[in-house]
Design a protein around this ligand. Structure first.
Ligand code: ADP
Length: 526
């Protein structure tokens, strides 16, 4: 329930209460003083006033908004009515008592000091009026007026005490929150610290008392004081990092945030300080956790791909050897002439080569991750080596499915400094990928010197790469295609990138799915 709703409920109850008390009094007076002057319209007016205000407050928002005022009015109406009866009954002591009781009851229901003040002034005025009009009963007449004033003093004093008690309790609560906050908080006036919480004092190795009166510059690393001084002149500033300096002279990384405020009625600045140690630790832990999870994922993925990749050539070798064994046993295979063997040994050799390549790739990855990839740099003719690689590829593939057409545009000679074996690996990996993923279409290879760099471009018109994989494929074990469609370990481009980077170069890819890919390598010539 909001504060407004609570207030409305209180005044509604008070209105209803006033009406009921008045009704009770009505019945009591009828019995006790049947001969007294007590006209019905007057009584009806009071009762109707209280009850109609009470009921209408539920239906009309305007009345609801003014319930407090209506209650105060009802108290005036009731009191006025009492004094009227008192006057009409020529100062009978019974009416004095009646008004006396009413005045005290109503005073207790008035919740604000001003309402009480004005009500007392009203009662006092009525008392003095009566005193003037009925001099014969002057002492008794003055009683209600005096009584309300005394009551007011008493209630005002009590409410003041209550306010003080509430203030003390809320101050205690505030101090508790202020001091138990995880953030350091301080207030300074022109740099001089005038309020500080426990967390801040602890952060800097001081007690709270020791920090009070210090200049904030004392808490900041000398190099950062200028920055702090500038920030102080700004209105609310976004959090920024500086180095704090503790009582013992050590540095702490902190994040500071400040804004102007009014403290003890004077302009000051409120500053919150956060120790970054815990946050940095949490961030590092998070990164370590994510890396670990990612490593576990990569390892599992690698194990499944590697075992599949290694198993395929091994199964093929096993099958071939079983076939030979069976044929020899059945006398189907005549060991001479030896050419008969060649078909089998060719398959053996191809599979063994594939296994060796896989193992080499894994060794390279292990070299890279342990920082053991060293380059044996010398003067190399990259154009010459590129042509050699292409020839080797053709020879190597003599008995395999036909290779696509590979068009090469390269100068007769391109001299540069690099590791020849590793440069071969770059060209080989890009070319074998272009063949593997090129869908049998033509492949273009360009090599030229461009300024201080050698530029190698390998372009195919095959499967292409989806945008979300373009960056990833240069990472370990990352593949843009399922192993069931085209086998591979996802290591070639990773190794290529690492070799290119070790030479101080860059590698990039332009590709659209289904449109082919263009890999561009730039290597410094010297
Ligand atoms: P692998 O070929 O063994 O999977 P790579 O590291 O050489 O490993 O390549 C990573 C991935 O990049 C491949 O799985 C493939 O999805 C994609 N890729 C590489 N080259 C090409 C290319 N020329 N065309 C289309 N996709 C390619």
């Amino acid at each position: 329930m909001s504060q407004d709703e609570k207030e409305l409920a209180t005044y509604r109850n008070l209105l209803a209460f006033a009406g009921i008390v008045y009704l009770l009094w009505w019945f009591a007076v009828n019995d006790l003083f049947p001969t007294a002057v007590n006209p019905l319209p007057g009584r009806m007016f009071v009762v109707l006033f209280c009850f109609s205000a009470w009921i209408l407050s539920y239906f009309s928002s305007t009345i609801a908004r003014h319930t407090r005022l209506l209650f105060i009015c009802s108290t005036w109406v009731i009191t006025g009515h009492f004094f009227y009866l008192f006057f009409k009954n020529s100062g009978s002591i019974n009416w004095v008592v009646g008004s006396f009781i009413t005045v005290s009851a109503i005073s207790l229901g008035l919740l604000s000091a001003e309402a009480l003040f004005f009500y007392s002034a009203f009662v006092a005025t009525l008392s003095f009026l009566m005193f003037a009009l009925l001099p014969s009963v002057h002492q008794s007449l003055l009683l209600p007026g005096l009584f309300t004033i005394l009551l007011q003093a008493n209630i005002a004093l009590n409410s003041r005490l209550k306010v003080i008690k509430n203030l003390a309790a809320s101050n205690e609560r505030f101090q508790l929150l202020f001091n138990s906050s995880f953030e350091g908080i301080l207030v300074h006036e022109q740099g001089e610290i005038i309020a500080v919480n426990d967390s801040l004092a602890r952060m800097f190795g001081y007690s709270r008392g020791e920090v009070l009166g210090l200049n904030i510059a004392n808490l900041v690393h000398p190099d950062d004081r200028k920055l702090i001084a500038i920030k102080q002149t700004l209105p609310e500033v976004a959090p920024y990092e500086v180095r704090g300096i503790t009582k013992h002279g050590s540095y702490v990384d902190i994040e500071v945030r400040g804004k102007p405020c009014i403290y003890d009625g004077r302009p000051a600045r409120l500053v919150t300080v956060q120790d970054l140690k815990d946050r940095k630790k949490a961030e590092q832990e998070k990164i370590a956790f994510l890396t670990m999870t990612e490593n576990v994922r990569l390892r599992d993925e690698f194990l499944s791909i590697a075992s599949h990749e290694l198993k395929t050539p091994l199964s093929s070798l096993k099958l071939q050897s079983q076939l030979i064994e069976r044929d020899i046993k059945n006398g189907k295979m005549n060991i001479s002439p030896p050419e008969i063997f060649f078909d089998a040994t060719r398959i053996f050799n191809r599979q063994i080569e594939r296994l060796t390549e896989l193992v080499e790739a894994m060794l390279d990855v292990s070299r890279i991750s342990t920082g053991r990839l060293t380059l044996d740099k010398r003067k190399v003719d990259f154009a010459h080596r590129l042509r050699d690689i292409l020839t080797a590829l053709q020879i190597h593939n003599e008995n395999g499915p036909p290779l696509p057409t590979i068009l090469v545009e390269a100068p007769p000679q391109l001299l540069m400094i690099g590791d020849p074996i590793r440069l071969d690996q770059i060209a080989e990996n890009l070319l074998t990928n272009a063949i593997k993923y090129g869908d049998g279409k033509d492949i273009q290879v360009y090599l030229r010197a461009e300024g201080p760099e050698a530029l190698l471009v390998v372009q195919d018109h095959g499967l292409g790469i989806a945008p979300e994989y373009k960056e990833k494929i240069f990472d370990r074990f990352e593949r843009a295609i399922s192993a069931r469609k085209i086998s591979g370990l996802g290591l070639g481009l990773y190794i290529t990138r690492k070799i290119v980077e070790a030479h101080g170069g860059t590698i990039s890819v332009k590709s659209d799915l289904g449109e082919g890919s263009t890999f561009t390598v730039r290597l410094p010539l010297s």
